[in-house]
Design a protein around this ligand. Structure first.
Ligand code: PLP
Length: 419
């Protein structure tokens, strides 16, 4: 592909580099007749509430991750709630969590009175920074929530060692990482309890749905007590006596969602491979222009829930806002990442979280300040998002590469025009 150094950037009146249609290339989820047949089969059975397909989905996930137990849920948020309940978090217990994640990785714990302790992300893989985790451990710390952000496995060697040293539980939120591996082990098998969301954007979606995974039967029992009356009835333990009331929440999956999720899981490896092939190709081109694309170290097999790129103004010569504007003018779909940092949200900065957590009288109240995690904030400000190209051909990727080349090689002219 010839580098078009002399082409006028579209932002300065030139022709856009990206002209191919993008809707199909970026369409997600991919739903086919196979999904339709699976849904219709459930509907025709007449049992759209307690259909055994939920159990089949659990078997699939247990096999996929190598875990002993799986319990399906109506969404990932309730699977996370079950995880926090299963490890028996008590009012005032502290849990170390990332701030750069979807709220569901953190907020459910408030209902148990647990206190999130937000931690810096490291720059290499955007997971929890092990040094900051260790610095934030107190005698109240009970657990760590690890999120493999955007599909890139976190620094598990260090994080598992810290958890073992301090006797902390690991809740693994693998909602972005269906099919990713760390040292050959699947994400979903790296926590005391692991959770996947099956929400419609995810890599193996069911529309709405979640999966709770563990190896310890006691965790499974507590998750069933919290949210699944029918499964409690099957318990061979004294907890079965609570089946008449449950613990008050109902979280089982709708069988129609389970049907879609099973089909999607069967296609996961092939569809991940397509995304990876496209995004590694694009990443290599962007790296050569001075961007960081989070390819991950060798012992990690990442997947791409979303494709994030870190900008380096020194290499491109453009501030990020101008870069984004210039790329958008070229026809690129380019955005800022969509998660706000949690510790900066009014729920925390205005203290409203205490209305949920209701800490015991006299318990010390943690304050959250927007400036608390400067490294994560600075890092987050450098990141932008491109499509994950689940169905794209090389021709579209090549047009994106030309767009980047045009913008970067014309950075000076663009800056002069903007300035
Ligand atoms: C990291 C992460 N955790 C948890 C969830 C919550 O899952 P759900 O939307 O299925 O409740 C999501 C996304 O939706 C997520 O992105």
């Amino acid at each position: 592909m010839e580098q078009q150094k002399t082409d006028t950037p579209a932002i300065l009146g030139g022709k856009p580099a990206v002209t191919l249609p993008q809707d199909e290339a970026n369409r997600w989820p991919i739903l086919t007749e196979e999904d339709e047949r699976a849904v219709v089969e459930v509907m025709r059975s007449g049992n759209i509430t307690t259909h055994p397909i939920a159990r089949e989905l659990e078997n699939d996930y247990a096999e996929f991750t190598g875990r002993r137990f799986a319990l399906s849920h109506n969404n990932g948020t309730s699977a996370l709630m079950a995880a926090f309940f299963a490890i028996d978090l008590q009012p005032g217990d502290e849990v170390i969590v990332p701030t750069a994640t979807f709220w569901a990785s953190v907020i459910p714990m408030l209902w148990l009175g647990a206190v999130p302790v937000f931690c810096e992300c490291e720059e290499e893989r955007l997971g929890l920074c092990p040094a900051d985790v260790e610095a934030k451990i107190t005698d109240k710390t009970k657990a760590i929530v690890i999120v493999h952000l955007w599909g890139l496995p976190s620094k598990m060697t260090e994080l598992q060692a810290i958890a073992a040293k301090h006797g902390l539980k690991i809740i693994e939120d693998a909602s972005h990482a269906h099919g990713a591996k760390w040292r050959g082990k699947p994400c979903g098998a790296l926590g005391d309890i692991s959770v996947f969301s099956l929400q419609g954007d995810k890599l193996a979606p069911g529309g709405e749905g979640g999966v709770f995974l563990c190896d310890d039967e006691a965790y499974l029992e507590r998750a069933m007590c919290m949210g699944d009356m029918m499964r409690m009835l099957e318990l061979q333990t004294p907890a079965m006596r609570f089946a008449g009331t449950t613990f008050g929440i109902k979280t089982r999956i709708a069988p129609v969602s389970a049907a879609i999720a099973r089909v999607q899981l069967r296609h996961l490896a092939k569809r991940n491979a397509r995304r990876n092939e496209n995004l590694v190709y694009l990443s290599e081109a962007l790296e050569s222009l001075g961007f960081h694309t989070y390819l991950g170290p060798e012992h990690v097999e990442r997947v791409y829930f979303e494709f994030l790129v870190r900008h380096n103004e020194a290499a491109t010569g453009l501030p990020l806002d101008w870069l984004i504007e210039a790329l958008a003018a070229e026809g690129c779909e380019v955005q800022r990442p969509r998660y706000p940092l949690l510790h900066q949200q009014p729920l925390f900065t205005e203290g409203a979280w205490q209305q949920i957590a209701r800490l015991p009288e006299g318990a010390p109240v943690r304050e959250y300040r927007p400036e608390d995690l400067p490294r994560t904030q600075t890092g987050n400000e450098l990141i932008f998002k491109l499509p994950s190209f689940p169905n794209a051909d090389r021709s579209l990727l090549d047009q994106y590469i030309v767009a980047f080349q045009k913008v970067v090689t014309n950075a000076e002219t663009i800056s002069a025009a903007k300035g």
